[in-house]
Design a protein around this ligand. Structure first.
Ligand SMILES: C[S@@+](CC[C@H](N)C(=O)[O-])C[C@H]1O[C@@H](n2cnc3c(N)ncnc32)[C@H](O)[C@@H]1O
Length: 536
């Protein structure tokens, strides 16, 4: 039996509410305080106060865990990196810690490297590009281990025999050009500090930008002309679209999220490969506020000159929200979907359906998932439930080893993709069902047999308590939890593995392993695959 740490200051009620970073931050603060308890003296910084900090580690979501030297008081600071001494301004007090905005560096961080991207200092995408890759990996591994062991209440003790259940992180072989999908936004331009001087130049127009959101801002766009995370061809397209739309901005005006006026909202570039020739395929998705085929036509004529562009779609949305999914979608050129190979199968990807964004690392991820399922010859009699299945990739990649795969997914378009993906790969033992796993009714489970293996791959908020209850009652011998948010994953594992007094969610599973995987170098994101078995 594994040791359960009782030092963790989280009540079960709070654990169910973990949505994103604040509980994870508290875990990081608790870890810091436990490591050096003697240094902490009472300290109450005020909002707006400027302080000298030293950064000690990187927490979940890439925030630096910093300390006020004389007091040991913990401050979470965006863009602070381990070893850095900095001046920061307090923005929020949150119980035992505060949040701060970094103002300037006094002494640079450990493991500093020169980032190859010229936007690295201002862009919200790659926040740790100037930290060596080895240091990024160590920080991500530590975050997963801390969160699972503390928030999940598993402790850090060694398992006898196969070593710790907390496995070392698997690195990503390609640290650049690994993304097969990038979503850019049109908008009003934001100038990073080093461009203010150039702003005197009449060449710089502030009414047009195409790029990525300024961190923490919904309306300001960092104008960029290339992103080192995407394919070179996608970068040429981005540059061309940028130049063309900026030149013709009277017709092709950028949408302004404050005034809700303007035409062009987002540009999404997705890449895949032709299933027969292996040739690169690019899908261009232009999101606009209205359908205006005549105005957009010259841009399409420009884009079709690229032999790699095999699909151009136009999503039209009148929503005030910052969404790339249109109320209507128009096919402007080529096929409605592109294809990609994964685990020896061919998958079709349409504009609004989920597909793993790092294809080569998805091969590694799915291999780990399959291993966690512990498939044997006996598995051919078993039913697999693939929850949050997207376009069906995980379940389909194991369909030849089980009796039947049942996939469950919210997005109708992804379900349609999954069904076509099964047909395309001649897989007859897979059924895909559309439904909302956050709104389970008592009838859930009636349209598929009792599962022997459950795979759950939710997005960041994790699983709804009712879904956890379903899993606990299912009697499935194996559960494999694939997570892109170790904080909510830890919360859910605690429910699945530890019985809770006064609750009908009795923990019925034993956590066997937690495997962190780096899918997104230079970003704060980290994936993990957790294997659980039914405990008797
Ligand atoms: C992280 S993705 C995983 C997709 C798939 N397993 C894969 O590897 O490609 C999460 C998926 O959950 C779906 N999803 C999100 N909320 C959902 C809900 N409430 N009910 C069912 N599916 C949901 C999303 O549409 C998305 O396809």
């Amino acid at each position: 039996m594994r040791e359960i740490s009782h030092s963790c200051a989280f009540s079960s009620a709070t654990l169910l509410q973990i949505e994103d970073s604040s509980e994870a931050n508290r875990a990081a603060v608790a870890a810091e305080s436990e490591e050096q308890p003697a240094k902490k003296v009472p300290f109450f910084p005020k909002r707006g106060q400027e302080l000298e900090l030293v950064c000690e580690s990187l927490a979940f979501k890439g925030q630096g865990v910093c300390k006020v030297l004389e007091t040991g008081y913990v401050v979470m600071c965006d863009r602070a990196l381990p070893g850095e001494r900095l001046i920061a301004r307090i923005t929020k007090r949150k119980g035992s810690y505060a949040e701060a905005l970094k103002l300037r560096t006094i002494v640079t961080h450990d493991n500093a490297v020169t980032p190859p991207c010229k936007y690295a200092e201002s862009c919200g995408g790659c926040r740790t590009q100037n930290l060596s890759y080895e240091a990024q990996l160590a920080a991500k591994e530590d975050q997963v281990h801390q969160l699972i062991s503390r928030v999940g209440r598993f402790g850090r003790s060694e398992e006898s025999g196969s070593g710790s259940y907390l496995k070392p992180i698997l690195p990503c072989a390609n640290q650049y050009h690994y993304r097969n999908k990038m979503e850019f936004s049109f908008g009003t331009r934001w100038l990073p500090p080093n461009e203010f001087v150039k702003n005197q130049s009449p060449d710089i127009k502030e009414d047009f930008a195409l790029g990525l959101h300024v961190p923490g801002s919904y309306d300001k766009i960092l104008d960029i002309r290339e992103c080192l995370l995407q394919h070179d061809v996608a970068n040429q397209i981005l540059l061309d679209v940028h130049t063309f739309c900026e030149t013709h901005r009277n017709d092709l005006s950028a949408y302004d999220t404050k005034t809700h006026s303007g035409f062009l909202r987002h540009l999404t570039l997705r890449s895949g490969h032709d299933e027969h020739t292996g040739k690169l395929q690019v899908m261009v998705n232009i999101v606009t506020s209205v359908h205006h085929p005549r105005v957009i036509k010259p841009l399409i004529e420009k884009l079709v000159t690229y032999s790699e562009v095999t699909s151009i779609v136009n999503n039209v949305t009148s929503s005030m929200a910052n969404t790339g999914v249109g109320e209507k979608q128009y096919l402007l050129y080529g096929a409605p979907a592109i294809t990609e190979r994964l685990r020896g199968l061919v998958f079709e990807i349409s504009a609004n359906s989920f597909f793993q964004t790092n294809t080569s690392q998805a091969e590694v991820l799915y291999e780990v998932v399959e291993k966690a399922c512990n498939l044997t010859e006996a598995s051919s009699e078993m039913n697999m439930l693939d929850l949050f299945c997207g376009t069906g990739t995980i379940g389909l990649s194991m369909a030849n080893k089980v009796n039947h795969v049942y996939g469950y997914e919210l997005v109708q378009e992804a379900v349609a993709n999954a069904r076509r993906n099964a047909n395309r790969n001649n897989i007859l033992n897979a059924t895909f069902i559309q439904g909302d796993l956050n709104k389970l009714t008592s009838g859930f489970g009636a349209n598929f047999p009792r599962p022997d293996i459950i795979i759950a791959d939710p997005n960041r908020p994790g699983m709804h308590p009712k879904l956890l209850q379903f899993i606990l009652k299912s009697g499935a011998a194996r559960v494999v939890y694939v997570s892109c948010n170790p904080a909510t994953c830890a919360r859910d594992l605690d429910v699945l593995c530890h019985s809770k007094d006064g609750s009908d969610l009795a923990g019925g599973y034993r956590l066997l392993s937690v495997q962190p995987i780096d899918m997104f170098p230079h970003t704060p994101h980290v994936e993990c695959v957790c294997a659980l078995e039914l405990s008797n």
